[in-house]
Design a binder for this molecule. Sequence first.
Ligand code: PLP
Length: 353
Amino acid sequence: MAMLHDWGSRDDQFLRLNREVLARLPAIVGGETDFVAVPMQGSGTFAIEAMLTTLVPPRGKVLVLSNGAYGRRARRILELARRPLAVYETPEDTPPDPAIVERILARSPAIGHVFAVYCETTSGILNPIPAIAEIVARRGRRFLIDAMSAFGALPLDARGTPFDALAASANKCLEGVPGLGFVVCRREILAGAKGNATTLALDLHDQWTTLERTGQFRFTPPVHVIAAFHRALAEFDAEGGVAGRGGRYGENCRVLREGMQKLGFVPLLPPPLQAPIIVTFRMPAHPRFVFPRFYAGLKKRGYLIYPGKLMLADSFRIGCIGRLYPEDMRGALAAIEAVLEEMGVSLAPAEAA
Ligand SMILES: *Cc1c(COP(=O)(O)O)cnc(C)c1O
């Protein structure tokens, strides 16, 4: 509904919506005093690239913690931007070991920034952000987080978990529409980042100072996306913020995992490593289980799932986020059971992982 109004990108009414959206975001991670939110037009990757290439100076070295496609993407961004980097890579089902992060930082004084992904959506794994944050802060380095699929649902509080910036977007756990990313950044760090950027459009410092000075975006903003985001944030507050939304996703995830295991599917991750965002299942070995038929059968019944994105194993994924409730997960499970029957596939129930 919010998108049906034709907002003017330079008009006061739109600029007020935009200001309200930006003012709301830092408080979601306990950053209302020391942090600012800077929007970046585009998908989430634009915000990640803006964060990395603005906050890391041209000769600053970054340690990238990578256990999936988004860690690899950050690495690629830094390579293209010619930032020196070190990569600590673990398999897609294995979180980085904070003790190893500490050892790398101890022996590499040139590393000024550490980058990690909160929930690596490739697998759905939860990475140990608080433990890493504590080490990075104790070692006097800066901590940058890809919180794209976590912000708004997984807990993060700057007052207890020290970090310097995170990137997220309107269209994941905040349930807006796609087209806007943003960076929530410690004000003092952003203020010191003038001149670091190696692109014009993704210069977060310039974006921030222009917005502060004029209230206006430098370049055309996605006005309808921001209007919808304003509305989505009101719904987020009405649901009880991070606790309410994270609670609902947690229940979705539990219903999904239990039901899928009853049908014989095997989740990739054990419960302590499973973020309640997206669940990866191993591809069943049954000869009549053909993924494109499985996908099409579910689509016909109104359920869209995700192909696997793992290098580690053949898999597929089912999301727990968005405007979905446990009843929807039960509906999906019934549809999955019906499609299995249609394909003539019966799987041995998996033991609870
Ligand atoms: C979705 C996502 C992104 C950004 O992806 P876009 O397709 O650019 O929106 C980045 N990191 C993670 C962990 C994500 O889940």
